[in-house]
Design a protein around this ligand. Sequence first.
Ligand code: 0CM
Ligand code: SF4
Length: 328
Amino acid sequence: MNAPFQSPNGAAQAGDPRLPLKLLIAAPRGFCAGVDRAIEIVERALEKYGRPVYVRHEIVHNRYVVDSLKAKGAIFVEELSEVPDDAPVVFSAHGVPKSVPAEADRRKLLYVDATCPLVSKVHRQAERQIEKGQHILFIGHAGHPEVIGTMGQVPEGRITLVETVDDVAELPFTTEDDLSYLTQTTLSVDDTREITDALEARFPQIVAPKAEDICYATSNRQAAVKIIAPSCDLVLVIGAPNSSNSVRLVEVAERLGTNARLIQRADEIQPAWLEGVGTVGLTAGASAPEKLVREVVDRLSEWRLVEEEPVTAAEETMVFKLPRQLTE
Ligand code: 0CM
Ligand code: SF4
């Protein structure tokens, strides 16, 4: 019998030489409610105020999203000092330290805060813990904008960053100290549990957050990777290297012993990665658009006869309201 050959629409036809490839597509994947909202905030700000609208930091950690908004008239900067006095500015989904809106107020800048409501919830909890006289141990990754933003909600010296289980042993506190902990929203669920277990073992008095700070989108995307990774020879995660939740998805697959790669776009996939590979898992971080997922499926279909199989870990229905200043 003849091997099948490639047809223009990717479907198999007689004579096609492509080897079959099973593609397990994780769900949920890609945009979360906080990212949808943040992007819509920039788009609506452009409509309401006209171009340019400045955005402090990448609105979400995705080059494709940032470039699309640049094309519509957004200007991305890292610091408020780069924003002219008469231009509107949007703060990114990751949140900002209190000093940023304070400076914007001082300069009478028009600003819109696109901080994800789930990040803002952690900010408010940090304030409450400080009011109660607690010292906060904040679990997160140094230098990440969300970490800078959340640590910047409270006075200096009242919050200490904890990045690893090893850090816990070094903390200069005792079982007599009034301690609480909070976490970044986009951490590894499993690594974080190891750190909180270590904290609770060393400081039995420590106060935990009321509810898990790791957000629903982060934990659902990790849960889906946990389902597909054991059946895959390779997991592809679409996301940026500075996207915390995306990098965590690669780690989740690797922890299960599956080779995983973080890619920003389909053109980064090297044909050699697919040698001897029969099943590929595909997911996307919370800041990666679905268009980039389809782009990857199309690229894989150029080389292999792809059979797609969706695998769903959870249904998501979360929607966040826009700031009133953009809806009135
Ligand atoms: O926090 P992280 O680096 O994962 O951000 P992101 O822009 O990739 O994803 C959405 C968010 C937030 C907050
Ligand atoms: Fe909000 Fe979670 Fe999305 Fe970040 S990943 S924007 S915290 S919903």
